[in-house]
Structures are given as C-alpha cells and as structure tokens.
Design a protein around this ligand. Structure first.
Ligand code: NAP
Length: 255
C-alpha cells in the first residue's frame, strides 16, 4: 500500500474543541500528516496557546474561536475559516463535555448542556461545513464518539444518550452524503487520560478497576488515536463510510 494514501498535504482540517485534550493531539497528528489545521475552541486564550504550541513545532496551524452550540457563531466561524483558508476538506467534531449525576437526579440544564455539545453541535457544525464539501464533491467528517456510544456505566446517562445518538447521526450523514463523495465515520475512544477523565484517573479505585477490565491493562494515550484519525481523513478510507472505529485496548471484546 502506498504511503501516499495517508498523505494530507494540500488538505485543510477543522477540529472543534481542540485547544487541549484529544482534539489538540489530533490536530497535531493531522498537521504532521501534511494538513493545514484550523483549531477551534470556545476559549480564545486557550486557543491561541494551542495554535502557538503547534506553530512552535513548525506545523501549519491556525485558530477560529466559536462556541459550537451557538448556530450563528458556528456559521460565522465557518464562513471566516473558508474565506481565510479557501475550503474545509476534513472536519473533526471533537468538542465534548461530560456531566455525572444519578439518573433519577439528573438536572435538566446539565442534561441539555451535554446533548447540545455532544450531539447537536456535530450536526450544526457539519451542516455549515458540508455545503462546501458537496459543491466540491469531496469531504471527510470524523465524529468523536465514545465507548459510551455502545455501552455505559452509572451516572453518565446524558453522555451515553448523546454519544449513542452521535454514532447513529454518523450513519445518517454517511447515508445522505455518500453520493457527494463525502465519507463520515466515527472514532470511539475508550479511556484516555485528559482533563475530562481527570477525576477518574486520579481515583485509585477506578484506575485499578479500569486496568483490570481493559485487556491492554492500561489507559490509552491520546497519541494512539492519531493513526485512526489520519486513516479516516485520508484517501485510504475512500470506501469506508458510516463506521465507528473503537480504539479502546480491547475492552469491548472482553466480558
Ligand atoms: P477535554 O480535555 O475536556 O477537551 C474538550 C475540549 O472541548 C476543550 O478544549 C473545551 O474547551 C472544548 N469545548 C467544550 N465546550 C465547547 C464549546 N461549546 N465550543 C467549543 N469548544 C468547546 O476532553 P477530551 O477528553 O479531550 O475529549 C474530546 C472528545 O473526546 C470529546 O468529544 C469526548 O467526549 C471524547 N472522548 C473522550 C474520552 C477520554 O477518555 N478522554 C473517551 C471517549 C470520548 P474549554 O476547556 O475551553 O471549555
């Protein structure tokens, strides 16, 4: 297989929620594969810092700050990115939050916040970006799903509902946009050490449970998601559509 299949030179990628965490690592990985990367975050100062870090590695990185839950801001941010960089070839819907409450006490506002960011925002951002992809008859959309797109644990019902919905939204995007040569797929990370999961990896009981439960017997490193992202962003995945690829150390294979 030619290395060129994974080449992203000349491509422009937008990664939402990428000032830090998994999104930041994916942005760096796509940039190292040759893409011009546009980082997005709700926090402009954090965004500038993230862009600066990638530029200090001589990567072609830029920033567009907007809140993925505000339709007008999304549409303006995408229009701004397209006017500055010509087009968006690759979209990674990564911004996400987690809220933990017993289901019977889950507050309305917290439930809605999770649904807004983790499920509705990928639709709103994709709707804005896909118009250009349809016109160009080419595009790649990668939705960052989760292990919780298919299994769950107590207290994370809103996240599970949103990420389960996102896995099926991924299929809907694939089915509606495949005819325009747009491939939409998901990545379902298992447990990776980021700020989102800090409470869990600092909890010795959870850490021991996880390392006993995952066949790989360890947490994932966000860098271990890069290969899957480059594959799904590149020509190598031109006939892969509507899939969620789980990257989880074998957890789903194990009872
Ligand atoms: P993280 O460290 O909390 O990073 C999330 C990023 O999204 C932050 O930079 C955050 O910005 C940004 N963000 C939040 N709300 C936003 C909004 N409304 N508009 C724009 N940006 C926003 O989380 P992560 O662990 O890297 O997770 C990234 C994605 O992977 C999420 O979709 C998550 O559900 C998924 N995932 C993570 C894991 C894991 O083990 N970590 C596992 C499965 C799936 P601020 O900090 O400025 O708010």
């Amino acid at each position: 297989m030619s290395k060129d299949l994974f080449d992203l030179y000349g491509k422009v990628a937008l990664i939402t929620g990428s000032a830090r965490g998994i999104g930041f690592v994916l942005a760096g990985g796509l940039a190292k594969a040759g893409a011009t990367v546009i980082l997005n975050d709700i926090d402009p100062a954090a965004l500038d810092a993230g862009v600066g870090k990638l530029r200090s590695e001589d990567l072609n990185a830029h920033g567009v700050s907007f809140d993925v839950t505000k339709t007008d801001a999304v549409n303006a941010g995408i229009a701004d990115a397209e006017s500055r960089f010509g087009q968006i070839d690759i979209l990674v819907n990564n911004a996400g939050i987690q809220r933990r409450y017993p289901l019977e006490d889950f507050p309305d506002a917290e439930w809605q916040a999770v649904l807004d960011i983790d499920l509705t925002a990928p639709f709103v951002v994709s709707r804005a970006v896909v118009k250009g992809m349809i016109a160009r008859k080419a595009g790649k959309i990668i939705n960052i799903c989760s292990l919780q797109s298919t299994v769950t644990r107590p207290t994370i019902a809103a996240y599970t509902a949103a990420k389960g919905g996102l896995a099926l939204l991924t299929k809907s995007m694939a089915v509606e946009w495949a005819k325009h040569n747009i491939q939409t797929n998901g990545i379902g990370p298992g447990y990776f050490k980021t700020e989102m999961t800090e409470r869990l990896w600092k909890d010795v009981d959870f850490d021991a449970w996880l390392c006993g439960r995952v066949p790989a017997a360890r947490w994932g490193d966000p860098q271990e998601l890069v290969g899957t992202a480059v594959f799904l962003a590149s020509a190598a995945s031109s006939y892969v559509n509507g899939q969620v690829i789980y990257v989880e150390g074998g957890l789903l294979a194990s009872m």
